[in-house]
Design a protein around this ligand. Structure first.
Ligand code: M6R
Length: 633
């Protein structure tokens, strides 16, 4: 039996946890169609998860494995002319942690008999012990990977116990520690994929007489909207017309089918040169989608069901602790300023990677906000699991529906930014800010810490953000020119104050990851305590200096830079006549209340980084060494 769940929400699932996960993308198909095009296109969509090596395994008169160091396009070129006919296939795109990225270590791996092929996303922690046992039995290994060890371990169990592959997988998985999502195919059962997960995501798409498998739903979007999110410790036997889910105790589990609310166009470039640019330009509509159905400025209302369901906890919260990484951490920092201002609840913003390893004090009444685009970031996951054990309420702010953080949270709010493919986070960030603004307003209202007048004013201000972002995007070419001018800089400084300080940090992070230019973000006043030593006539200093209560102060900081002949690029508010006399280059954003300013001022910095990256010839959607979901600690 299959149960259809109409709308995926923040539901609590049994979900276990892991210390470190290997990133990587996995795809599988079994059914009447040609498997290769489905698998290879699926891998292209999952390349954001890693792009060190790629491989596919097909069954075409026997097992055929093709794999190559490099990107999916390199593999495609490598296998031109091969007979790729097969109605079953699995594919893998790797982000290397253990074992250098090369052809040998690329997945799929093949078992000693040459009959089984397996792909794996995860780390088998006790692989060394198992490898030793297998070496003693005479096994040889062709790669440095834990995956090849697990595969041969499975085959060894299959041969010695004379059991089928499903049984062998189950026995093997009970022995191993660590994290995995595995897909296996076997020459002896040529229509079946065996899959299992613990810690690494696995989605199965249900078609008519066919099934699709992926690390997320994007590889299967054009074929089906019905998917099953596989849980930890579950094993799937996937045939064209049958999907059986079992636990490791061999008991059948009813698969819950979720209907996807996602269109194919959302994961294609739509005429833009890069996903990053497309995603920047999507922000008027993604922010609108985030506000839609939640914010009603005319009625003076905000309705977020996740907040409503936990309203007593928020009303009485003694403290909010925000845990996140990277760009999501910067959104958390904006939230600290806004929540303390509007709700008068003390807020702490923690790097998840630090929080998880220290011994933080968590009191009754503390709420943890976990912010994550992917919902799969390992450090954030562990941080919230630790906090949960100590009794904290976990509230997730997540973009990817059904992701691990969403599933582990007690409640939450989706950012509704749609799939973010570019490795640099852009539209997910403004989605996070929009959710956090609404939350602060809703909680402040319930706590009575915001006046009716300000509440109403901010509702209208937030409502107007999509339109204002759209207006400023019309001047994107100005940033392209500024980028051309400064593209040869080796360093850059980003300065902001108050609500715009986290935006300075975010601007510096974007520039680093997309253009490889060293950049630092600082509170503008703090600059005098060190970074000012870097200022020379060739250092670009980006001021996020929109009109707010600190405006005169930041003008003074700008003068301090000019006095030392630094080059000033300023993001300022339309109508500001003073700043252009001090700055070398300016970009105007529409006027807004200072609390809403981050939602506008971050956008020109995204564009500046993008254009600088492009001008420098960087592959901005896949910058070196990075991956979209950081599922390793
Ligand atoms: O998926 P998450 O939001 O949890 O990811 C957190 C960071 O890894 C992410 O924001 C990263 O910093 C991006 N590359 C920033 O553009």
């Amino acid at each position: 039996m299959i149960v259809i769940r109409e709308k995926s929400a923040f539901l609590i699932y049994p979900n276990s946890f892991l210390n470190s996960l290997l990133m990587c993308g996995i795809v599988g198909y079994t059914g009447p169609r040609e498997a290769y095009p489905i698998v290879i296109n699926g891998l292209k969509r999952l390349e954001y998860r890693g792009y060190d090596s790629t491989g596919v395994a097909l069954l075409n008169g026997g097992l055929k494995v093709y794999k190559k160091k490099g990107r999916v396009a390199d593999l495609e070129n490598f296998i031109i002319g091969e007979n790729l006919h097969s109605n079953i296939g699995i594919g893998h795109t790797r982000w290397a942690t253990h074992g250098e990225p090369n052809d040998r270590n690329a997945h799929p791996h093949t078992s000693a008999s040459g009959k089984l092929a397996m792909i794996h996303n995860g780390i088998i922690e006790n692989y060394a012990q198992i490898k030793k046992e297998l070496l003693n039995k005479g096994y040889h290994f062709t790669s440095d990977t834990d995956t090849e060890v697990l595969l041969n371990f499975i085959e060894d169990i299959k041969n010695n116990n004379e059991c089928n592959l499903e049984e062998a997988v189950r026995v093997a998985l009970k022995r191993i520690t660590g994290a995995y999502c595995i897909l296996l195919i076997d020459e002896d059962t040529p229509d079946t994929i065996i899959a299992a997960r613990k810690g690494s995501p696995l989605v199965i798409g249900v078609g008519k007489g066919e099934h699709f498998l992926g690390s997320d739903a994007t590889p299967m979007l054009e074929y089906t909207k019905e998917v099953v999110y596989v849980n930890d410790y579950e094993l799937a036997i996937v045939k064209p017309d049958e999907l059986i889910l079992k636990n490791l105790g061999n008991e059948k589990i009813t698969p819950f089918v979720t209907k996807l609310d996602m269109e194919l166009a959302a994961i294609e470039k739509g005429g833009y040169d890069h996903f990053m640019l497309k995603e920047i330009f999507e922000q008027p509509s993604t922010i609108y989608d985030c506000l839609r159905g939640r914010l009603d400025a005319a009625a003076g209302q905000i309705k977020m069901s996740g907040v409503d369901n936990n309203i007593e906890a928020f009303k009485n919260a003694s403290r909010i602790i925000i845990v996140a990484c990277g760009t999501s951490w910067h959104a958390g920092l904006v939230a600290e300023y806004v929540i303390e201002e509007l709700c008068r609840i003390p807020v702490e913003v923690e790097y998840a990677s630090e929080f998880r390893y220290r011994n933080p004090i968590i009191n009754k009444g503390d709420i943890i906000l976990a912010i994550s685009q992917s919902g799969e970031t390992a450090d954030t996951l562990v941080a919230i699991e630790n906090a949960k054990k100590q009794g904290a309420i976990i509230f997730g702010i997540v973009n990817v529906v059904g992701s691990s953080i969403a599933r582990m949270s007690d409640g939450g709010a989706y950012t509704h930014a749609g799939p973010e493919i570019g490795v640099a986070s852009t539209k997910a960030f403004t989605g996070q800010l929009a959710v956090l603004m609404m939350m602060a307003l809703q909680i402040g209202k319930v706590r009575g810490t915001i006046t009716n007048k300000l509440f109403s004013q901010l509702l209208f201000e937030l409502d107007a953000v999509p339109e204002k972002v759209e207006a400023l995007l019309k001047n994107a070419d100005q940033l392209k020119m500024i980028a051309e001018k400064y593209k040869d800089a080796t360093d850059a400084l980003f300065l902001g104050r108050g609500y715009n300080f986290p935006i300075a940090l975010e601007g510096a992070l974007k520039l680093k990851e997309i253009s490889y230019i060293h950049a630092e973000g600082y509170p503008a006043a703090e600059m005098k305590h060190g970074p000012i030593a870097l200022v020379t006539e060739i250092l670009p200093v980006v001021f996020v200096a929109t009109k707010d209560s600190y405006h005169e102060k930041i003008i003074s900081n700008m003068q301090e830079i000019k006095a030392r002949r630094g080059k000033v690029i300023a993001i300022i508010t339309e109508g500001d006549e003073v700043t252009p006399t001090l700055a070398d280059d300016v970009f105007f954003v529409p006027p807004a209340h200072e609390i809403m300013a981050p939602l506008l001022s971050c956008v020109p910095l995204q564009l500046l980084s993008y254009y600088m990256g492009v001008a420098k010839g960087v592959d901005v959607d896949k910058p070196r060494n990075l991956a979209k979901s950081v599922t390793v600690e």
